[in-house]
Design a binder for this molecule. Sequence first.
Ligand SMILES: C[S@@+](CC[C@H](N)C(=O)[O-])C[C@H]1O[C@@H](n2cnc3c(N)ncnc32)[C@H](O)[C@@H]1O
Length: 306
Amino acid sequence: MSEVSHVPVLLEETMHALRVREDAIYVDGTFGRGGHSAAILARLGVRGRLLAFDQDPAAHSDHALQDPRLELIHARFSTMTEALAARGIRHVAGVLLDLGVSSPQLDDAHRGFSFMRDGPLDMRMDTTRGETAAEWLDRADESDIREVIRNHGEERFAKSIAAAIVDARGREPFRTTRQLAEVVARAVRTREPGQHPATRTFQALRIHVNRELEELEVTLPQAAALLEPGGRLAVISFHSLEDRIVKGFIREQSTADKLPRGVPVRAADLPPAPMIAVGKPVRASEDEVRRNPRARSAVLRVAEKR
Ligand SMILES: C[S@@+](CC[C@H](N)C(=O)[O-])C[C@H]1O[C@@H](n2cnc3c(N)ncnc32)[C@H](O)[C@@H]1O
């Protein structure tokens, strides 16, 4: 187990949502350090199974869960249909996605996720492939940098930050998180109290480098298709861009087709919506936020397969 621990967010609420059955098969799409997985295993019987995904190789080496019912797969969660089919699994009783980066990833300066710690400007969750944040910043068009920072960071100073980045890289290529944090801080003059000027830019680059929103968009329909009747999808998101996608997906899946105008069919003859939204979005209690500040922005949404 690594020294840096990861406190699972909304743990009880997520377990309540998944309603783990002893003999069923579950998917944890975001294993991290296995906090949620451990709780699922604690509720599974000897014949239950848990397939867990994480694209970060460190997630596979740093956990302490040795359990024959658990299979840990080093892959993006967007490969879940294929990975499960390869194991002869077509349906599961629950899918969990606890999105974003883990505290150990954020806390390790060498991963390059944090403007608080100086390290290589990497930001890849999967360190075995793909382009680092530094490589992308060194080659991207100014307009692409601006759009990523504006759209993925919801940053109103995106234009001046992108211009400052292009100006700075002309003098020296980007290599470290501190280099980027300083360039951004000079380009952003006002900031919400308590927020570092580079917060939004770092979030935007991380989302871009890991294609986080695309991953989520292609995976939600896969998870829904994999669920058996009564199976549950539980998704924890940490910012509005993710939550908007999850909310939109659940709304679309839980709304029956509209009656076509002028066509003589009764509402009862139309196929019902494939999923049912379960309860209201769940947020962390004040007590949890006090113990784990990362829980502050977490939102859990749950849907059940009809
Ligand atoms: C918030 S942490 C999950 C923490 C976990 N629930 C726990 O209790 O330890 C998110 C994890 O998901 C992984 N991850 C994020 N997006 C992923 C994706 N598209 N495919 C696979 N793993 C992903 C990250 O590498 C990270 O380890």
